[in-house]
Design a binder for this molecule. Structure first.
Ligand code: ZN
Length: 325
């Protein structure tokens, strides 16, 4: 979304100063008092089906994943809404930093597998791989190129700093909301897991495992498919801070303040310089290779197991073995 489209977006009902600001300036006694930043009312905020967008403090936008009944599983609509929400924050000159948090008991259970055949045609595509005439493997490849790999790469390079505020479980696609963020604040009940190996798939579509965890821990994480705790993730360098569940919201805001008190342009330049190092380390090549391997696996099971996109036979045997143990 460009600036003009964002301003024309009907969800953006008002981005002007609040009534409190005007009242302060109009009062003779307060004429020279700089008004304190006021949280904007909910009615001023863009309206989403699967998210809550708010500005809790000056300089800070916060996006809540808000499908708690589905453990914040990501369907196509949620991903496009999240992309729109990020664009709104990027387009708002009052916002210097963005928090991504989650309502409900878990951060995200991953991709909503009930929705994997959705083409999302009602949304304006942001990438250039897709059209509405997809067939065969091209259909699945282009869909994931747009809404999984494409969004993650785009979100990794958003101009303004982003903070994932994580609690409960984050499984598979859940990682793909966390890893593109610049910082991760986790509560001590948080666990992280890429369980795609159980599906016969070699990792989630956004293949940042090595950069997030280091080579040896990344192999353990990917090949065993076992969850790691917030403390393990912090020791591996994937998480910046671990706090109690009760402290998570305030600790994330406190961290955000240590960014929002800096000049926005400098924050953008500093972030971009570090992301340049990430790209110089070969992420682009690794990502392309891993994404193609991921789709080789999808296509293998589609050919071999009557259209399934994952190793259904393994999962059936695994689940029945687990029951008999
Ligand atoms: Zn996939």
């Amino acid at each position: 979304m460009n600036a003009g489209e964002a301003l024309a977006d009907p969800r953006l009902k008002s981005k002007g100063a609040s009534g409190n600001h005007r009242q302060s300036f109009n009062s003779p006694l307060l004429m020279f008092v700089v008004p304190l930043p006021q949280p904007q009312k909910d009615t001023d905020m863009p309206d989403f089906d699967t998210l809550i967008y708010e500005k809790p403090e000056a300089g800070i936008a916060r996006i809540w994943l808000n499908r708690p009944e589905a453990r914040n599983a990501q369907d196509t609509h949620l991903l496009y809404e999240l992309n729109d929400a990020f664009d709104i924050a990027m387009d708002d000159s009052e916002v210097k930093v963005v928090i991504l948090a989650a309502k409900g008991p878990h951060f995200s259970a991953g991709h909503d597998l009930r929705d994997i055949n959705s083409r999302g045609s009602e949304h304006k595509r942001v990438g250039t791989w897709s059209d509405d005439k997809w067939e065969g493997s091209e259909a699945y490849y282009c869909r994931e190129k747009e809404i999984y790999e494409g969004f993650c790469r785009r979100w990794r390079d958003l101009a303004k700093p982003t903070i994932a505020s994580v609690h409960g479980k984050s499984i598979a696609g859940g990682l793909m909301l966390i890893w593109p963020c610049d910082f991760v604040i986790a509560s001590d009940d948080a666990t992280f897991q890429d369980n795609t190996m159980y599906m016969g798939i070699p990792g989630v579509e956004y293949f940042a495992h090595v950069w997030e965890l280091g080579i040896r821990k990344a192999k353990e994480f990917l090949l065993t498919g076992q969850p790691i705790t917030a403390e393990e993730a912090q020791a591996a360098g994937m998480v910046n801070r671990v706090v109690s569940r009760d402290e998570l919201e305030e600790a994330t805001l406190a961290f955000a303040r240590t960014l929002s008190d800096k000049p926005s342009f400098a924050l953008k330049l500093g972030k971009d310089a570090i992301n340049a190092a990430f790209h110089a380390q070969g992420f682009e090549n690794v990502q392309r290779s891993a994404f193609n391997a991921h789709h080789l696996a999808h296509t293998h099971y589609r050919l071999h197991q009557d259209g399934s996109f994952i190793d259904r036979e393994f999962m059936r045997n695994f689940q029945s073995k687990k029951k008999s143990d």
